[in-house]
Design a binder for this molecule. Structure first.
Ligand SMILES: [Zn+2]
Length: 211
């Protein structure tokens, strides 16, 4: 009998005590939290204007690293979307627009200056500096966010921490997950278990089909 106890939940972090399961299974849940649970990140950037000191590539890379609030019920992974459009559709990508100009003093452009077409999909923090603009410099771009998985690129890793430690007694494990802010920590664990279950069922079906 599997027992799960909530030991701690605060802000972006959750610690669960797992009992009655094998360490390897508990570790699989941890690994799925890191590599398989999808979250949103900016992936494609169309630079229309960039007279800042940053190269286009660096600016695009910075945008990719901004944690984005994710709605897993609303959006699909591009490979699971039936639009078949390599550019995506309104079910598998979200458009952000950035249009910033340097004023007399040096102007810092922040993640909060990104305007999203979906108000529920937005940067987790509005105060991440993206680029500084001197008077007369400007940045104008379109950025497309999509769901992806941590195994593809670290920017799609929904958690900053996922650790498994031994509990007080034998057969007890404590799983701590800290979210980057895109999803709730508890949601990451639940999704991880769901995805692991689906994968195991797929394996079961494949093995069954070979007999
Ligand atoms: Zn689509």
């Amino acid at each position: 009998m599997v027992k799960v106890k909530l030991l701690e939940e605060s802000g972006n972090s959750v610690t669960l005590q797992l009992e009655g399961i094998d360490r390897s299974y508990a570790n699989a849940v941890r690994r799925f939290c890191i590599a398989e649970v999808p979250c949103m990140a900016i992936d494609d950037v169309v630079i229309l204007e960039n007279s800042s000191v940053l190269y286009d590539e660096i600016l695009a890379h910075r945008l990719g690293m901004v944690p984005i609030r994710t709605n897993l019920d609303r959006y699909k992974l591009p490979e699971e979307c039936d639009c078949g459009n390599p550019l995506g559709c309104h079910n598998c990508r979200v458009l952000f627009v950035l249009d910033a100009k340097g004023k007399e003093k040096v102007t810092t452009v922040y993640s909060g200056d990104l305007v999203s077409e979906d108000r529920d999909v937005r940067p987790v923090s509005e105060t991440i500096p993206l680029v500084k603009l001197a008077a007369g410099q400007s940045v104008k771009l379109e950025a497309y966010a999509r769901l992806g998985r941590g195994k593809e690129h670290a920017k799609w890793q929904p958690c900053t921490v996922a650790v498994l430690t031994d509990g007080k007694s034998e057969g007890q494990y404590n799983l701590t997950v800290e979210s980057a802010g895109g999803l709730d920590a508890r949601q990451i664990v639940l999704k991880s278990i769901e995805l692991l279950g689906t994968k195991l069922k797929d394996i079961q079906a494949s093995v069954g089909a070979t007999s």
